[in-house]
Structures are given as C-alpha cells and as structure tokens.
Design a protein around this ligand. Structure first.
Ligand SMILES: [Cu+2]
Length: 177
C-alpha cells in the first residue's frame, strides 16, 4: 500500500512539472514570435548637416511600434571615423554642452525619439572627406537585442547653432568661424 501511494505522488508531481514546462515553452515561443528591435523601429525625417571637415551631426525621428522600450546601443556610418550618440545638457554657466548619452538612445514603447539640432543627435566624429548637400549618408543602428537597422540620410545645409557642435574643441572653433 505504502509503495502505491508513493507512486501516485510521483505521478502527480510529474504532471505538475509537465504543466510548468508547457507554460514556459508557451511563454518563450511567444517571445520568439515578437519582432526584433530592428523590425520594430522605423526612421523618418532623417538628415545630415553638410560639412567640409571636422565633425558634423545627423538627425531624425525613431519610431517604436512595439510595446516595449527599445535601446540603441551603437551607431555607425562609413562616412565618419566614429559615430557617437550625443545629448545636449546645461553646462552650469548658462550655456550648453554636448556629451555622449549614457547607455545610448532609448525609444519609448509605442513612442518616438526625436534627434534635432540642440538636442539628441548622432555625432559624426571626424569626417575623412566633405559631406556635401544632397549626398546620401548610410547609417547602421545596433539595438540592445543585437539586431541592426540601416537607413540613408540626405545631407543639407544648416546654419543654426553650428557652434553648439564644437564646444569642447577650440582647435576647430577658430578655423570654422
Ligand atoms: Cu555631438
């Protein structure tokens, strides 16, 4: 009798374990069906500030169609020596300073993130050759899940707030103004 009861208990425990496992599998297959970060992101209104030398910046709007927050972990273009994600913050003495955005850009769930002059932007650190008006510049964004999205941005002339893009670079501000 004792052994039969033990057996029964084992079967019940086994059934519970199977149920749990099924729930887990269902959950993870749901995740697999979810769009990648790159699939959930679309880019609009993108453009690059034309520049002859030194640094320049790219702007646009990232839209997130998913119901989760999406993080951009790096950006790249072949047309700059390196590309950084920058934000513009108060410098404490009435002006602004730009700096690398800690942790990268975040696009809120079902929302968008706007890169504009004077705000967050993609910083092209050192362009090997001039970027001229009408030129197409190809970018790649990498997201937290490892997926990547590519987009082209057209270069245009932009005169406003140019000095904001060289605040910490006295060797540039002299020769450019
Ligand atoms: Cu910048």
């Amino acid at each position: 009798m004792a052994s039969r009861r033990t057996l029964l208990r084992t079967v019940v425990a086994g059934a519970a374990a199977t149920l749990t496992l099924t729930a887990l599998v269902a959950c993870s297959s749901n995740d697999a069906a979810q769009a990648t970060d790159a699939e959930a992101i679309t880019v609009s209104d993108q453009w690059v500030k034309a520049a002859d030398t030194g640094m320049t910046a790219a702007f646009g709007v990232l839209h997130n169609s998913s119901d989760r927050e999406i993080r951009v972990t790096s950006a790249h273009t072949d047309d700059a020596r390196s590309t950084e994600m920058h934000e513009v913050v108060d410098n404490g003495t009435g002006g602004t300073v730009m700096r690398q955005k800690d942790g990268g850009f975040v696009v809120p769930a079902k929302g968008s993130m706007t890169m504009v002059p004077g705000g967050e932007h993609l910083m092209l650190m050192g362009i090997p050759k001039p970027i001229t008006t009408g030129q197409k510049v190809a970018f790649t964004l990498r997201f937290a899940d490892g997926s990547t999205a590519e987009f082209d941005a057209l270069a245009r002339d932009f005169d406003g707030n140019q000095e904001n893009y060289n605040p910490g670079e006295p060797e540039h501000s002299g020769s450019h103004q």
